[in-house]
Ligand binder design. Structure first.
Ligand code: KG4
Ligand code: ZN
Length: 347
């Protein structure tokens, strides 16, 4: 109930996250959170190496949780429940967070909740802007997912709380960023560096294809592999002709294609389904052009737009605690014996 404090633990990919939130009637209140990242360790491989990620979670978990407590000015006896990401994500990485969460819940004698990572990304917004209206249309854009979701509740015992309206038929938007960055030699993760370089480039320099936007294509699905291939062909062509590669223009033009498709389909889905509020969430929602174009197009269509601040868009423990705060009010805790990681957990 109100006043209760939830610890959230996240370890599905390459970020170890711990966050503390308090349940209030106005939505979950963020008390403090901490992150440890293994991104630098993966950079030279051009993507996340699962074994390295698991080991890094193991090495940083306790210190990350302790630091979240310090930042919140709380002690472990203040915690009323523990929430942990149970999927989707990397199997070994998930298990590190789950093992830690089980240990804390047992030691402190508090209930344990398994939380869906994708619901977590959507819930991140409630930490800043309060409870979501029902229904809300969420555009979830991360390294592993690109989905349009109709959200009636963030979980608990609500049937069809989150239903999928559309998804990518190939690469996720973040994956496209990471692959394009790799082929331009910009390292991992690709999103932040492309976003930065794009600011110095011309978004109209190259007209890259917009996937699945034909009249007979699925109206709410996405495709990014053709875009990635088009960027690769473009770069190969320049190199073959001995021409310089205008990296900033390519970044800006690629980013424009991604932002155009994502925002056009989101606005169309919200309008078609009669949903008045749009949330953009997930690591790619940190992108400056996607944020800007979402604002422009939602305003033009009369839709209310909510986007968490960039620091809450990428993986973190606070968003998992936010789902925990929601589920603790209307759902049942899991038995620690029954809680395992589910790498392919759907929303
Ligand atoms: O949600 P997230 O932190 O982890 C997953 O659940 O996948 O998302 C990570 C993804 C990466 O692909 C990264 O390149 C992308 O989010 N990303 C961005 C930006 N910041 C992170 N993509 C575009 N622009 C950004 N500013
Ligand atoms: Zn994520």
């Amino acid at each position: 109930g109100p006043g209760a404090v939830i610890l959230g633990i996240e370890s599905s990919c390459d970020e170890t996250g711990a966050g503390l939130v308090r349940i209030t009637d106005g939505g979950p209140e963020l008390l403090g959170h901490e992150l440890a990242s293994s991104q630098d360790l993966h950079a030279r491989f051009g993507g996340v190496v699962p074994e390295i990620a698991s080991r890094a979670h193991l090495e940083s978990m306790t210190a990350t949780v302790r630091s979240a407590f310090d930042k919140a000015g709380l002690r472990h006896r203040d915690v009323d429940a523990v929430a942990v990401t149970s999927g989707p994500g990397l199997a070994g990485a998930l298990l590190v967070g789950i093992a830690a969460a089980k240990a804390y819940a047992a030691a402190w004698d508090v209930p344990l909740f398994g939380v869906n990572h994708l619901a977590g990304h959507v819930a991140a917004d409630t930490l800043e802007h309060g409870p979501l209206p029902s229904p809300t249309l969420a555009l979830l854009v991360s390294g592993g997912h690109t989905q349009l979701l109709k959200v009636t509740s963030l979980g608990g015992e609500v049937p069809d709380a989150i239903t999928e309206i559309g998804t990518t038929v190939d690469d996720a938007a973040g994956e496209a960023y990471d692959k394009v960055a790799r082929l331009l030699g910009l390292g991992y993760p690709g999103g932040p560096v492309i976003d930065k370089l794009a600011a110095e480039g011309d978004p109209t320099a190259i007209r890259f294809p917009r996937g699945l936007t034909g009249p007979r294509d699925a109206p709410y699905d996405f495709s990014f592999s053709g875009l990635k291939t088009a960027v690769a062909r473009h770069v190969e062509g320049l190199q073959r002709d001995g021409l310089p590669v205008p990296v900033a223009d390519i970044c800006a033009s690629f980013q424009e294609a991604v932002a155009d498709v994502l925002t056009a389909k989101t606005v169309r889905a919200a309008t078609d389904l009669g949903i008045g509020t749009v949330v953009v969430a997930g690591g790619v929602a940190a992108n400056s052009r996607i944020r800007g174009l979402s604002e422009e197009r939602c305003a033009a269509a009369g839709l209310q737009l909510r986007v968490p601040r960039p620091g809450l868009c990428t993986d973190n423990g606070a968003m998992i605690a936010a789902v925990g705060a929601h589920v603790a009010r209307s759902g049942r805790p899991v038995s620690p014996d029954a809680l395992g990681g589910d790498p392919g957990l759907p929303v």
